[in-house]
Write a new protein. Structure first.
Length: 236
């Protein structure tokens, strides 16, 4: 009965727009974190979503007047939920909705924790040109082949105890081997919440995502991590 009721319930759009443009040329979608498991919808007062508001506000300012649409992914469930990968599925839905609304335009995904995993997993979508993953959850079984030709920047605090910075380094190396333009930056003394050294987190995230949609230049440490012939792992 529970499953039947849930199937009949209307499905809300996965795409939430924070800014539209009359002549859009690119878009940024922000993805907040969640839990490993949880079928209930995210709560109205959601700390994981609130954590990404400074990022959204910074990106709205950094891309103002650049023809960049800003939006968020709305999850149906609070958790990843194993092989269902609910957050990644919702991200793909949001990308499809964006494509139907605005046509083909390059999209950069910016996600934290579970949202970082969802962004990386959904990066094979035709619209996605780049990903900025913050303290991402990067299990070794997650694929990387779909990242070929994409740009992926992974930022991780060295003192993170929720998601593993070494797993981020390993994921970056795997992605780079298959042809992704991938780089990782480890934030010294940084933790999962991104509160310690918040200014560094905010600057790196905002400037990197803005640069990936052509609204500025990459931070030097990020640019160095993406260069061929250099170490894909840098420190900030």
């Amino acid at each position: 009965m529970h499953e039947a009721v849930r199937e009949r319930a209307p499905v809300r759009p996965a795409l939430v727009l924070d800014r539209t443009e009359t002549r859009p040329r690119a878009a940024v979608l922000v993805l907040h974190g969640g839990r490993a498991d949880g079928e209930a919808p995210p709560p109205r007062l959601n700390a994981a979503a609130a954590r990404m508001w400074p990022v959204t506000r910074g990106l709205l300012r950094a891309t103002e007047g650049s023809g960049v649409v800003m939006g968020r992914v709305r999850y149906r469930c609070r958790g990843w939920n194993g092989g269902r990968a609910d957050a990644a599925r919702d991200t793909l839905r949001a990308l499809d909705e964006l494509g139907l609304l605005l046509g083909r335009l390059p999209v950069v995904l910016v996600g934290h924790s579970m949202g970082g995993r969802a962004a990386l997993c959904a990066a094979g979508h035709d619209l996605v040109s780049g990903v900025v993953a913050l303290a991402p959850w990067c299990p070794p079984e997650d694929p990387v082949l779909h990242l070929e030709g994409r740009r992926a920047v992974l930022l991780h605090g060295e003192r993170d105890r929720v998601t593993d910075p070494q797993a981020t380094v390993d994921f970056t190396a795997r992605a780079r081997r298959i042809g992704a333009r991938a780089g990782a930056v480890l934030v010294a003394r940084g933790e999962h919440t991104m509160l310690r050294r918040a200014v560094t987190w905010q600057s790196l995230t905002t400037r990197t995502a803005a640069a990936l949609v052509g609204a500025g230049g990459l931070p030097d440490v990020v640019r160095q991590s993406l260069l061929d012939g250099t170490s894909p792992v840098q420190r900030a």
